[in-house]
Design a protein around this ligand. Structure first.
Ligand code: IDP
Ligand code: MG
Length: 139
C-alpha cells in the first residue's frame, strides 16, 4: 500500500455546490499531482458496479442513487505514499468523525454525501482508475 498513485472522485453534491476548485486546491497543496482528470456522470448501473463490494448493505441503494444523481470529477493523483496520505487528507467516512481540516469535515453534507472518494489500496486504485481512464495502466 505504498505506491505513488491513487484515485479520487469529487462526489455529486460537492460538484453541485461548486466545491471542485477548493477541493482540488487542497489536494494540490497537500503535495498531490493531477495525472488525469475528467468531469463525467455515472449511470445507475455504473454506480452499482463501482460500489459492488457494498451491494446488499443498508446504505447501498441511497449511495447508488446519490452517486448517479449528477456530475462527478474523477481524478488520478500521484504522490509518494499516495493511498494512506490521501485517506488522511479526506478524513473518516462519516464526516461527523472526520478530523478538523480534512476534506470531508469541511465539505461533506452527510454520511453518504461525504464530498469525496479515496481508494483504499494500490490494487483498488488501479481497478477504480481503470473504470474511468483507459490510460490508467501507464501511470
Ligand atoms: P470510504 O468511501 O471511506 O472508503 P466505504 O466504507 O468504502 O467508505 O463506503 C463507500 C461510501 O458509501 C462512503 O464514502 C459513503 O458515501 C457511503 N457509506 C458508507 N457507509 C455508510 C453508512 O453507514 N451510511 C451511509 N452511507 C455510507
Ligand atoms: Mg471505500
Amino acid at each position: 500500500m505504498n505506491g505513488s498513485i491513487t484515485f479520487t472522485m469529487i462526489k455529486p453534491s460537492a460538484v453541485e455546490s461548486n466545491f471542485t476548485g477548493p477541493i482540488l486546491k487542497m489536494i494540490n497543496e497537500s503535495g498531490f499531482r493531477i495525472k488525469a482528470i475528467k468531469l463525467t456522470q455515472l449511470s445507475k448501473e455504473r454506480a452499482e458496479a463501482f460500489y459492488g463490494v457494498h451491494a446488499g448493505k443498508p446504505f447501498f441503494d441511497g449511495l447508488v442513487e446519490f452517486m448517479s444523481s449528477g456530475p462527478i470529477v474523477a481524478v488520478i493523483l500521484e504522490k509518494e505514499n499516495a493511498i494512506l496520505d490521501f485517506r488522511t487528507l479526506i478524513g473518516s467516512t462519516n464526516p461527523a468523525d472526520a478530523a478538523p481540516g480534512t476534506i470531508r469535515k469541511i465539505f461533506a453534507k452527510s454520511f453518504t454525501e461525504n464530498a469525496i472518494h479515496g481508494s483504499d489500496s494500490d490494487e483498488n486504485a488501479l481497478i477504480e482508475g481503470s473504470f474511468f481512464f483507459s490510460e490508467m495502466e501507464q501511470f
